[in-house]
Every structure is written in structure tokens, then in C-alpha cells.
Design a protein around this ligand. Sequence first.
Ligand code: MOS
Length: 744
Amino acid sequence: MTQYIGKPLNRVDGVDKVTGKAKYAGEFNVPDLVYGYVISSSITKGKIARIDTADARSLEGVLEIFTHENRPKLAWFDMSYKDQNAPPGSPFRPLEDARIKYNGQPVALVVAETVEVARYAASLVQIEYEEEPHETDLQATKSKARKPESGLMSLLKPPPPKPRGNFEGEFNAAPVQVSAQYVHGIEHHNPMELFVTTVVYERNGKLTIYDKTQGAPNSQLYVSQVFNMPFSDVRVMSPYVGGAFGSALRPQYQLFLAVLAARQLKRSVRVTLTRQQMFTFGHRPATIQTLGLGASADGTMKALYHDAISETSQFEDYTETVVNWSGMLYPPENVRYDYKVVPLDVYTPLDMRAPGGVTGISALEMAVDELAYKLQMDPLELRLKNYTNRDMNEDLPYSSKELRECFRQGAERFGWSNRNYEPRSMRNGHLLIGWGMATGIWDATQGPARAEAVLMVNGKLRVSSATADIGTGTYTVMTQIAAETLGMPVEDVLFKLGDSELPLAPIEGGSWTVATVGSAVKTVCENLSKTLFKLAKNMPGSPFSNKSFSQVEFANKAIRLKSDPAVMVSLQTVVDSNGGRAVRETSTSMPNMLKQRNYARNTHSAVFVEVQVDEELGAVKVTRAVSAIAGGRIMNPKTARSQIIGGMVWGISKALEEESVMDHRFGRFMNHNLAEYHVPVNADIHELDVIFVDEVDTIVNPLGAKGLGEIGIVAMPAAIGNAIFHATGKRIRELPIHLDRLLS
Ligand code: MOS
């Protein structure tokens, strides 16, 4: 039995957040802080011919205007600009020269005593450009697609597996075939918190930086390399993050600009990007996919083809895993994949919640639904018919895979068996009702991480690691793991994160934080418990003098004998006996490769969705959805459910609303604000139901937990598209499914 793990603990940081005590990067105030305002390029490609800052400089309160003309010499090699999430290529360098590589590129930073003066001064800066023709349209350039460069990132984002079997032959011979193209547009992460960096210029020239980031050590690495500063002079803190979804996996240009200004002016500087400038860096890339599925008449999948063409920038090769998932979910033996990119005059795309996964599976799971209709089979039955316990790409068994149970429980909760098979058969007046389903899969990865645990002189426990909490619940789950391991009430445990001075952890992403940092927290607390036992055993008159560690347990803030719980020593007594000093341990935890390498490790989901489509207006409402998740051990059902609900809402958004629309004549996003960049509001969200099926996994990591940050979104868009087909008989292969696409 566990005391804390698996319990729906409220967020330990909840009160601080709702009372405003939790401080975000733009809320750390220091005396004499000055403010930077970024000027964005209004052209897409070319160069700055002339930049006139005289009028702006003459304004009272303006301190400096940084442009490519007065930018100091900084690091030369691309390597220095590479952060932990940098794809192959040459990272963008703000203000490096007169060249313009994409629309919205930062071309100047105005620094003034107030935000208002900085912003006004920015409007007085006059820039003349020499424009060159640009290319931003993926559809128009897809014939130029080429293989991406592969780099270190390919460890986390494997390229498509080699072909196997004989796709052409088996596909052509298959009596039932589906072959179709699926497209989805660009999306921009739009967390509520804007991108902001506050740089505190310390008296000795050291920097304390409050940055919006998914990894304080990543920003520290970037700043120290680019500005050639020792690590010890750069401290990055990020205790709270107001949403990120992947957008803060890489340092963004406001960090560079704020540090540049602080060092040149020898003052504390804050740079906040505007909402419109949130559309001037990474985004989920538009992707064009082609799926081919061949099956025998009984529904057995024989041949599979999955091809994707995606965009990247002219300076880096961003890739994501789009097509590989097909061979992980389905078992055909004749398979071919292809994945290519087209460099465009845009900023480098960036990981966004389930990068590649939701992209690939949206297309795959709509194609599988199409196959079910060609076979005249129930879509769930078709998936059960082609169920696999092996990842066919790697030819490895899954460490655990309770997807069958997800199908069973999800279908039962939803009432799938009451579905009429025929499209357009479930009408309610002018509303067409549709039921659709889809399968999801995502990685369950663990990386290396360090953590520290300290039993303090007041008897409380402080545990720390330089990870991040982007709203996912890291503070809470880590507190639970520490409390559980050392038998302490959660009130006596303080977990610290978001500080580059803490023990090193990787960027928070890929749904790996519970597995990665949680394992480090577990390990360090276990090590601390051994140290505490040794101290207790060596105390004069210790009841444990002839006992071994295996004979004791930690509970109620004490060490006690398993065989006789009345024999105990309180942790306070142990720390008191340590000569007035806290007891501390630091540990590293690494994935157990020997154990893991013979298994594929993934989360799975089954999603069932009901939509109502207004036949005259084309308006779609997702009236209810059930997500059944196989995510290993659920550390905290409350924060876990929130993760899945968040993913489901985003799935609705991706299926029906969200798209960054570019005017290719200008190479600029037209709807770069939250009024025109559509996302669901409360009125768009109805019944969302989450089921966690039991899944025991002793391979995946010491906690048996799989990450839940991304699996919630993966299957939603396809399930919605499939439900819309069922409601209307119209197969829309382009996301988002806007009403004009339904009315045409
Ligand atoms: Mo997530 S896109 O790995 O932050």
C-alpha cells in the first residue's frame, strides 16, 4: 500500500498560484529595471538597407537602441548557439547582420526607462529594406522536399525505419485499399504567459536571469556559450511557468536580447514579447501526408505506406517523428515510410505537444477509419483485428500495452455498441449526430537526471532538481514521491525546481519528467534513507544497533522496525544526533538500458467522440468524449486527469479551430492574435471523460509510471474527424475542419 503515490493530492503550488504569490519571469522586480521593446521585421526575405534611430534616440527616457550595427561581437561557432533541443543546422542569431530570414525577425531592441517609452520609441525607428522574393508555401514547394539532416536529436526522434516486405506488390494485390492525402496547417503555441526574460545585473557583473523556459540549465548553457561567460556567472531561475507546450524547450530571442542589453548597459533589463510576437518564432509545422493501406477482405492489414512532407527553416532542419507510429500501432508486414522536409523562409518549427505524434496519428487513424468503411467493418473491430503486442518497427514486444483494455473500457463507458454503422443515420432534427473513435500512442521515455535530498535541522525534507513545472504538476508529484519514500507527511516536504544551481535535469518535455526526475527523486530519497538509518544505528543506545536496513521501514517521520513498529527513532532525533548539521544526499539516476533495450516503451489511448453537426450551418460541436489511457502507474489521478483533459481540449482545437493562417504574398501570419487565432472557449467544451486503465510495468522505469503530458491530444483530432464522417458522410482530410469545408 502506498500513502501518497497514486492519491489525488491537490497541487502543492496551488495556493501560491491562485493567491498571486507564485512569481513568473516577468514579475521579479528589481530597482532601476529598464525595459526592452523588440522591433520585428516587416519583410520576409532580403536585408536592411538603412536603419534610422535618431528620432527614437532623442526621446527622453530612451537609453539605447540595439541593432545589427552596434551589436557587439559574440560567439562565432554555431555550436555555441545550440541549446539542448537544437536541431541540426545553424541556429538563428538575433541582430547578427542586415539579413532578413523570416517575417517578424527581431531587427532592433529599444531600451528605455519605461515600457511605454520603449514602445513609442520603437514606432519612431525607420527601417528601409531591400526585399527579395521569398517562399513560404509548403503546398507550392512540396516537390522540393528533401531528406532532413539527421543529428543528435535523432536519438529522441528516430528517422523512419527501413522498408520491410514488399509494399507495392502486396498493396496492389490487396482486395481492399485506401490511399489518400491528409493535410494540416500551422499552429502556434499560445500559452497565457508571454515570453519574457528579466535579467538582474548584479554588482559584480554576474547575471541572475528569470526566464520563461522549460529548462533553466538549458537557458544557462545558451547564455554562457553565446556571451562567453562562465557558468558560475549565469544563474537562471524559472520557478513558475504559465504554460509552454514545447515553446520554451528552446531559448527564445527575448532571452538573448535581454542579456545583450543588460551586459552592454550594465543594468537590469526586462524584455517581454507581445502576443503578436508569439507568432515570430517556433510553431508546429504544416504537414502533408499520404497514407496507403491494403487489407484482405476479412480486414487483415497487409500493406502500409506512410509518407510525410513537412516544412523547416532555411537555417535548421527541424524534424519530428510523424510516420513511424503506423508500424508501432499496426502489424502489416509490407511497409514503406518516407519523411521529407522543405526549407522555407520561416522560423524553424518547434516541438508542440506530441510533436509528430498527433500529426502522424491524425492522418493514420483517419485512414484506418476509411479502411473500416471500405471493408464495411466496425472501426473498433478493425482495430482489434489488427492488434499487435509488438512494435513492428523495432520488432520488440511492448514493456506493457493495455490498449485492449482501453478499447473495452472506453467503448463501454461511451456506449459504442449502440452505434449505428451507417453514416448520417443518427440524426436529431437538423443536427447530424456522429460517433467516431481513434487510437493513440506516445513515447514513455526516461532520461538521466540528478536530485538532492536534505533532511534539514528542523526535521523537514527538502528535495530539489533543476527541472521545470510548466503547469503539469511536477512540484506535486515529486513531493509525493519524496514523501512516500521517506515516510513523511507531504506538508513536511519542500520540492524545489526551476533553478540552474540545482542538480542537473534535462528540459521538461516529451512526457518524460515523471519518469526521469521522479526516478532521481526516488533514488536520492532511498539513498538518504540508508544514510539516516546508518546514523540512527550508530547513535548511543540505538535500538537498531544489531539490525540491518532491510529490517526497518520509514513511516510517520520515523524509522521503525518492521517486526515491531513500537521500536522507533524519529527522524528529528536522527538529524539532532548529526552535530547540528542537516543530512544530505545527491544522486544521479540513469535509465536501466540493459532492462529497457529489449522492449518498446509507450503509452496508449483509445478515444471515443460524439459530435453534432448542424446540417445548415456546418457548425460542429463535440458533445462528449471519452479517453481511455494506458499510462502505467498513475502517480496522481487528479493532476493526471488534468493533463489528459488539457490534451483533449487541444485535440478539439486542432480538429476544429486552430490554425495560423499565412498570407504568402507577405510571408506573414495574418491571425497573429488571440481574437483571430481560434481556440476553444468554455462554451465549446462539453463532457470530457477520462479513464485510466490498470497497467503494471516493471521495465519502463523504477516508478512504473509513463508520462501523460502528450498522450491526451494524440487520438482526439482523428476521432473527431471520424465522428464528422459518421455524422455527415463527408470525409474531410484537412485539419482544422472548418465549417466552409463541411458546407462545400
Ligand atoms: Mo513537449 S512538445 O515535449 O514540451
